[in-house]
Write a protein that binds this ligand. Sequence first.
Ligand SMILES: [Zn+2]
Length: 508
Amino acid sequence: MSGASSTLLIRRVRVVTFDDHDTIHPDADIHIEGDRIAAIGPRLPVPPDARIIDARGRLAMPGLVNAHMHSDETLFRGLLDNMPLEVWMLYSLPPLGYGPVPERLIYLRTLLSAVEGMLSGTTTIQDDVSEAPRATLEGSEAVLRAYLDAGIRANVACNMTDKAFHEKLPYVASLLPHWAMEAIRTAPPQPTAELLALADLLLRTWHDRNGRIRIALSASAPQRCTNEFILALDDLSRRWRTPLLTHVLETKTQVITGREFYGKSVVAHLADLDVLSDRMTIAHGIWLTDNDIELLARTNTAVVHNPVSNLKLGSGLLRLDALRRAGVPLCLGSDGSSSNDTLNMFEVLKCAALIHKIASPDCRTWPSARNVLHMALRGGARSTMLQGQVGMLVPGALADIVLLRLDAPAFMPLHDPANHLVYCESGRDVDTVIVGGRVVVEGGRVTAVDAGAIYDEINALMPEFMRMLDRAYATSRRLEPILWQVYDRCQQEMPEMNRFATPPREWV
Ligand SMILES: [Zn+2]
């Protein structure tokens, strides 16, 4: 049976709770009433009318929280390689001549993102979705409807910017040829008031729909938004108690951007605006300074770590140990499928646990498997503002649960479950996924939507989409040499700052 079930009893399962004491029940039942966990313990009484899931030989864990992704990139997986962020953006979100993407394709690519997430054990997704050439109600609603239909829990933020292409990067304005400036003039940025009206409308009509779908807010990056706009989004976030997402110091270029635009770090600029808060999650933060980290810690601003994406785009290595020592809240994300190129959080967990072991020879500073699981689960709950609701299996929490098959090489033989989940499991042993008490994956297949039909329809629509993308790429290719100039110049400046594996003298 698929779909809603008011009472569920998962019987005889090994439960890894990730509660405050990291309690593990070797053989217990999980009683679910409505969308919440009612009880966990051995041999619970069978409630009348309960649907029973015999889970012998399974492991139950909290559903994973993907705190940062972009569903608009889902059609781009496998398309690009070996480009730094600034050049890559020309092809992942072409600034000129791209879009609009048909609503149906927006809906389908979002469904595909949800399906991929659920099949690999993600139950909460925080989507920072861009729409080109401008954010619309229709496009946002196509995204929201897809998450509603797929059965996953989602925070949807419309990625917003109210500045023009040449105003978002240092040096670009003086390098652009006449034809490019003319093209930019004919496609001005979306007016601030129009963006705010859309955010306000989405909050009023969609926030907390069905107990699963929530509206978050996104200022794409500080340097891509006017101060007035950032302040207004922060105000909306405060009034609605909903997350405010942004991208900060992902690349060296953004260090130089802060210096050129504000005469200080982008984080110090946000602190001046007084918008750093426990509602804000900044993506990446690779190039944070000590002072930036102190500002984030003092304001309880979270950082979402996207290690696979950072490796793919060659952005550098996050200072994870410094962030952990300062007490900055941390969570994990896949980032978009154009820079990862999957939404599989098990890959992110493994990468997060491994990559920081090259940061220093002191193994006492390395994150453990348990540390990165806590980042994804409890940290993800905090970033999505679902603290105490998701990320742990305890009575009263939402019933967002993943059951993994233990009769698989990844768990054979079974030692420390946290180590197996991070270092051995790839997502392929996900058997059952429950979101808010509803079974959304059963026997490794999604239940609420027809995945095969989604794949077929996307394949049928791709040729037309690629024709549109190719037209935009013609312009992006003409802009590419300018972006390389900006990139190369920024790499050479401030050589004292380095987040790469070799010293600057080897590559400047
Ligand atoms: Zn991102």
